[in-house]
Design a protein around this ligand. Sequence first.
Ligand SMILES: NC(=O)c1ccc[n+]([C@@H]2O[C@H](COP(=O)([O-])OP(=O)(O)OC[C@H]3O[C@@H](n4cnc5c(N)ncnc54)[C@H](OP(=O)(O)O)[C@@H]3O)[C@@H](O)[C@H]2O)c1
Length: 331
Amino acid sequence: MDQFHASKNRYNTMEYRRCGKSGIKLPLLSLGLWHNFGDNDNFENARSILRTAFNNGITHFDLANNYGPPYGSAEKNFGKIFQEDFKTYRDELIISTKAGWDMWPGPYGNFGSRKYLIASLDQSLKRMGLDYVDIFYHHRPDPDTPLEETMGALDQIVRQGKALYVGISQYNAEDTARAAEILKKQRTPFIIHQPRYNMMDRWVEDGLLDTLADIGIGSIVFSPLEQGILTSKYLTGIPENSRAATEGSYLDRSRITGELVLQIQQLNDIAQGRNQSLAQMAVAWLLKDTRVTSVLVGVSNVAQLEDNIEAIKNINFSEEELKQIDTILNY
Ligand SMILES: NC(=O)c1ccc[n+]([C@@H]2O[C@H](COP(=O)([O-])OP(=O)(O)OC[C@H]3O[C@@H](n4cnc5c(N)ncnc54)[C@H](OP(=O)(O)O)[C@@H]3O)[C@@H](O)[C@H]2O)c1
């Protein structure tokens, strides 16, 4: 392994958007480590992805306690690469992690108790070899724990110096507004929401994006490529090594129907007319809305990342293009 020296040109082309009304700016594209960084994945490939991201101005890496598999292994592998390659660049990075899904057995390793969140972040910091994360998220709403307790835990974590900012993920508009009220009273630096959003899944347009804009909170949107469906990958079937071909993956092969392939082909034609790959158009489509602070992509290799980064060269759409996309996707 050669020693990593980041490119001197790393800030030449990426653009950054302010995250809500906070002091932090995020790159238009951020890198997620949900897949491809676990113990079953190729470690040197993971390293190359992180290096390429940073060399292109991607300053934000997003993790969670349970990314892997096995749970915790993405943080552990990231930590190893961080110590070897990125330690001297710590102050140029926004590193996030989360807790909210099942992590360890028994009643204290899941959901939103103060006990779980505080213990989980301590474990995450150990695995990554970090003193603090930049953003700590509650990963999903907990229907049973009082919101005051969960938001109180986020506040305690910041007061302990273990996170600089906090965020929430997968909360609907109403619960987001309630959480924001509690966090405001506590004076907790709540700056970001992480929802699912892409051309095919637009639930955030029914209130959440407006709520975030009203309260001055940024958004970083996940699964922007619908896990690879909104790329050229499935245009002619299911390739080997793709998520849909992987047993037990979150993208079931039954999703890739004839009707879906037809839609992807039609979208691909529009992308070609814009001189973009379908993945680039899908990322650009999200960035056209400035309420989206950053698009959180996952990639299984460097070529995919390089493809996606090019999206920022054209994030404008004509009315006609938008109408055609809506028609293809039945919106
Ligand atoms: N907060 C939450 O609850 C939550 C939930 C899910 C994800 N996330 C975050 O969001 C990140 C991204 O989510 P995601 O992985 O679902 O996102 P995605 O960007 O929709 O899908 C990523 C997958 O698409 C394929 N791909 C990416 N770029 C491509 C390209 N240019 N050409 C062809 N295929 C391409 C790759 O699949 P192959 O493996 O098939 O090559 C890649 O692994 C995660 O890493 C995580 O940080 C958060």
